[in-house]
Structures are given as C-alpha cells and as structure tokens.
Write a protein that binds this ligand. Structure first.
Ligand code: ATP
Length: 135
C-alpha cells in the first residue's frame, strides 16, 4: 500500500467540488487517512511548488493556491499515487480525458481543481509538509 497527498485546490473548493472529488477517490477504492480545510501560507505554498520556482507562472500559481481555502487529503491504497493521477487526468484540463476530474470539471491549466503527488519521493515530502504529525 502507498500514500499520496491530494489537494482540492481553492477553485475546486469554491465551486463546491470537494464531495465530488472525495466520492470519486473513495469509489475507486482509495481510503482517506487525513483531511483538513485550510488556507496555505505563502511559505508553505512556495515550498510545495519549489520545483516550479523559476517558471513564468510561479507567482500566479502561489497567488492562486493561497487565494482561498483548500482541502488537503492523505489518501492510501495500492499504487495510490498513480491511481489518483489517473482519476485526476492530464494537467491541462482541455487535454484531460472526459471521465477524469479535470476532464469533467475544468478548462484552464492553473485552475485544474486537484493536485496529486507525482512520485513516491514527492508524496513523502508533501505528506510531511501538510501533515507533519501523521504517523
Ligand atoms: P499538480 O502538481 O498540481 O498535480 P501536475 O503535476 O499535473 O499538477 P505540474 O506541471 O506539476 O502539473 O504543475 C503544477 C501546477 O501548476 C498545475 O497543476 C497547474 O495548477 C499549474 N500550472 C502548470 N503549468 C502551468 C501553466 N503553463 N500556466 C499556469 N499554471 C500552470
């Protein structure tokens, strides 16, 4: 079994899609092990997206992700990292397949509803960043 960090980003929370995202991942067979509604500080946002710090969209991305409450989830299951990324769909929601979260609910690359860790290393780092006390 494996753990991954999932975020329902501020656009997803504002649009009332928290239940939809949780329903889909639970229906898939993934299990929630932690959940919290919170507004990120700039510091946590910049740490979370450190790999994008040199990209032209970084400032906008940090504004967006700190711009309202998000829901942080730790999700567990067999190959949970890959399983959730398949549910989420491609980063660009226009290219994301219909039937995926992004494919069904989004049109803009920044406002793409969810985040899911992309490797075991980033999952470990992100779970620790968001839930340092989780056993
Ligand atoms: P996430 O890390 O959020 O799961 P991802 O791994 O599919 O997304 P990344 O390439 O890591 O995509 O980009 C991280 C986030 O940065 C994207 O989810 C999106 O919100 C934003 N982003 C990526 N590319 C762009 C872009 N060209 N313009 C604006 N925002 C972008």
């Amino acid at each position: 079994t494996e753990r991954t960090l999932v975020l329902v980003k501020p656009d997803g929370v504002a649009r009332g899609l928290v239940g939809e995202v949780i329903t889909r991942l639970e229906r898939k067979g993934l299990r929630l092990v932690a959940a919290e509604l919170r507004t990120l500080t700039r510091e946590v946002a910049e740490t979370h997206y450190a790999e994008h710090s040199e990209r032209p969209f970084f400032a906008d991305l940090v504004e967006f992700i700190t711009g309202g409450p998000l829901v942080a989830l730790v999700v567990e299951g067999p190959r949970a990292i890959e399983a959730f990324r398949a549910l989420a769909g491609a980063t660009d929601p226009v290219k994301a397949a219909p039937g995926t979260i992004r494919g069904d609910f989004a049109l803009e690359v920044q406002n793409n509803i969810v985040h899911g860790s992309d490797s075991p290393e980033s999952a470990a780092r992100e779970v620790k960043l968001f839930f340092p006390d989780l056993g």
